[in-house]
Design a protein around this ligand. Sequence first.
Ligand code: NAI
Length: 328
Amino acid sequence: TRTPVNVTVTGAAGQIGYALLFRIASGHLLGADVPVKLRLLEIPQGMKAAEGTAMELDDCAFPLLRGIDIFDDPNKGFEGANVALLVGARPRTKGMERGDLLSANGGIFKPQGAAINAHAADDIKVLVVGNPANTNALIAQAAAPDVPAERFTAMTRLDHNRAISQLAARTGAAVTDIKRLTIWGNHSATQYPDIFHAEIAGKNAAEVVNDEQWLAETFIPTVAKRGAAIIEARGASSAASAANAALDHVHTWVNGTAAGDWTSMGVPSDGSYGVPEGIISSFPVTTKDGKYEIVQGLDINEFSRARIDASVAELVEERDAVRELGLI
Ligand code: NAI
């Protein structure tokens, strides 16, 4: 029998946590044959609600779930973690400046990075979901010098999935016919969903669509502003779709991309495509045996170049701001 994988989830009592934990326990994070132990990390005010969620998890009698522990101390929460999903974050509230937002999140992600450095398992894989996800991931990574930098990733899979769905709706294709879509840059309104290398049933997606105005004025803003549209419609931010994307991100990282396809992940740049080394930016990546590689050699046209550069410039500003604040 396999040893259970330790999965730490922060923000476990939040709305994404609620949509995420039951599916982790039923095998959707790692695979239907991989037992898991859950380590829920909350702040003291969230402990009671997390205990309630743990009771419900017990009540499901999930065959793969081998234990649930709840903590409000990151040093305990990350002990022995093989996978860490950093969901809990400080949201932007009305009138909050970017510097305030970054420093509030620095207060969360810096100690969590340090706790991962000190206590996680050697094979730790980290996914940051809590916003601003890319820069929070950078803060955590900088606080974990003994962990290989590439183990810290940020979630752009929700944007990736949204883009696939929008492209399928426009072209009448099945989502499963769409391959090689890319989200570049920051998980923010500046992100760039790129269909120039994407394929729809084997044909170039940009050629199938053949409508640059739709790309610029409808597709890109619809994907980039989908989060706001969900809040407007639902009265609450995306939760089940965000949880689903987090499962997809880790499942793909661990189990590999299909031949001929790739996915999008926010990962530390190695300088590819002119993205400054070290910032955590979304790229096209292939994965195999628990490792990912940035897809190399793609031709970047002018339309794409301008949009990638704009989103990367925003990430560089965020990096400079957290550097200024002493968070990295
Ligand atoms: P929520 O407010 O419902 O839950 C957040 C939970 O985190 C709360 O239970 C809170 O007590 C907990 N928390 C706060 N600080 C913590 C800490 N230091 N340690 C442990 N837990 C802590 O928020 P929701 O809707 O679950 O969203 C979580 C985050 O995910 C937000 O930052 C949101 O912006 C982000 N998000 C990211 C997406 C992406 O595509 N990357 C998509 C959707 C949401």
